[in-house]
Design a protein around this ligand. Structure first.
Ligand code: PEP
Ligand code: MG
Length: 363
């Protein structure tokens, strides 16, 4: 047992010493972060903050989304902020000295709203006796209802639509980092904006975030630098990467959404809908959601990497879709010259080995 473990460790260290790509983890709580570190992660490439808003906190998000005035909105944000600060402190502690890319909230909106059908039925059945609160709620939910939530009010669009939401998260990140630093820690936050399609969206959020960072630096007396960057997960973002890089210090390719939007395949329905038949019939050998499609999605990534770096030579590039842990896709990421791949903690050893093999194969 012991000898085999030693041999595996030697092999992994050898792979790391040759690799050009760093390997980070997708993790959004301290336990997963610590696990990722044990597997050899060199940072967190994707912390999905919407996972922090489930359970009891879902109510607070619903209140925020449905808030009718400034006062209700501020109350919901004030309740969320200390919870977020604790979330981030725990992750910074687990990842001390390593970069932590925190993605601002990106849920499809319907995950945080009451179910429209259920609510409609309740109001209809109650007739004239329906609870006025339920009626108001139904109106609000109808107003926000979308036929295609995955193409709707998500990511940066949510941040630009709900005043104060992203600022609350950025403040919680900056204050958590300042506390860790005061306690002798070495937090390295990176703030990531999801689902950007145009540089104007990113500029608006970046300006707001920079304002909050400066404010927290003044009020705490601790200035922890934080990179601000974006995900590239829409074809338009890839094709206008030269402009987007003016406002981003890093790009992270969200290849789950980029595959969905490039092919027009719904990532949630594709297998059930028809793709298993494609595979059975041998039309494709593998799903583009598993192994990165070099000709289509890969071409967009190459364009974005090249044009982004033409604007900003030190632009940091990573990938954080599921492909970040797929061996063949890791080779592609090496060829394109990305700085890191980010994947689930349990796929990290494979990604480290492949990163090493890709470097050796290209010499
Ligand atoms: C992606 O789209 O590839 C991504 C990493 O974000 P999510 O899966 O959370 O949409
Ligand atoms: Mg995405």
């Amino acid at each position: 047992g012991g000898e085999l473990v030693q041999a595996v460790h030697r092999l992994m260290r050898h792979a790391d010493s040759r690799a050009a790509l760093k390997v980070r983890a997708n993790a959004d709580n301290p336990a997963d972060s610590a696990r990722a570190r044990r597997f050899g992660a060199q940072g967190i490439g994707l912390c999905r903050t919407e996972h922090m808003f489930l359970g009891d906190r879902r109510q607070l998000v619903e209140k925020l989304i449905l808030a009718e005035g400034e006062e209700e909105r501020t109350a919901a944000l004030d309740a969320l902020e200390p919870l977020q600060r604790e979330d981030f402190e725990g992750i910074f502690e687990a990842m001390d000295g390593q970069p932590v890319t925190i993605r601002l909230i990106d849920p499809p909106l319907h995950e945080f709203l009451p179910d429209l059908t259920e609510l409609s039925v309740r109001v209809a059945l109650a007739g004239a006796g329906a609870d006025p609160q339920d009626r108001r709620l139904l109106e609000a939910v109808q107003r926000l209802h979308e036929e295609n939530p995955m193409l709707g009010l998500r990511g940066v669009r949510l941040g630009l639509t709900i005043p104060g939401l992203f600022a609350m998260q950025v403040r919680a990140i900056a204050e958590a980092a300042a506390r860790r630093r005061r306690d002798g820690g070495d937090p390295r936050p990176e703030i990531m904006i999801p689902l950007v399609g145009a540089v104007q969206e990113l500029e608006a959020i970046r300006d707001e975030a920079q304002g909050v960072l400066a404010q927290v630096a003044r009020s705490t007396g601790v200035d922890v630098p934080a990179l601000i960057g974006t995900m590239i997960e829409l074809p338009r973002a890839a094709l206008t990467a030269g402009q987007i890089a003016e406002a981003a210090e890093f790009f992270s390719f969200g290849t789950n959404d980029l595959t969905q939007t490039t092919w027009g395949f719904s990532r949630d329905d594709v297998e059930a809908a028809f793709f298993s038949r494609y595979l059975e019939a041998g039309i494709f050998g593998v799903s583009p959601f598993e192994t990165l499609d070099r000709e289509g999605v890969g071409r967009l990534i190459r364009i974005a990497a090249e044009e982004g770096r033409a604007t900003r030579p030190d632009l940091k590039l990573g990938i954080c879709g599921e492909h970040g842990g797929d061996p063949e896709s890791v080779h592609f990421c090496h060829e394109v010259g990305l700085d890191y791949v980010s994947c689930s903690p349990f796929r990290i050893p494979v990604a480290r080995l492949e990163a090493g093999r890709a470097a050796i194969a290209s010499t």
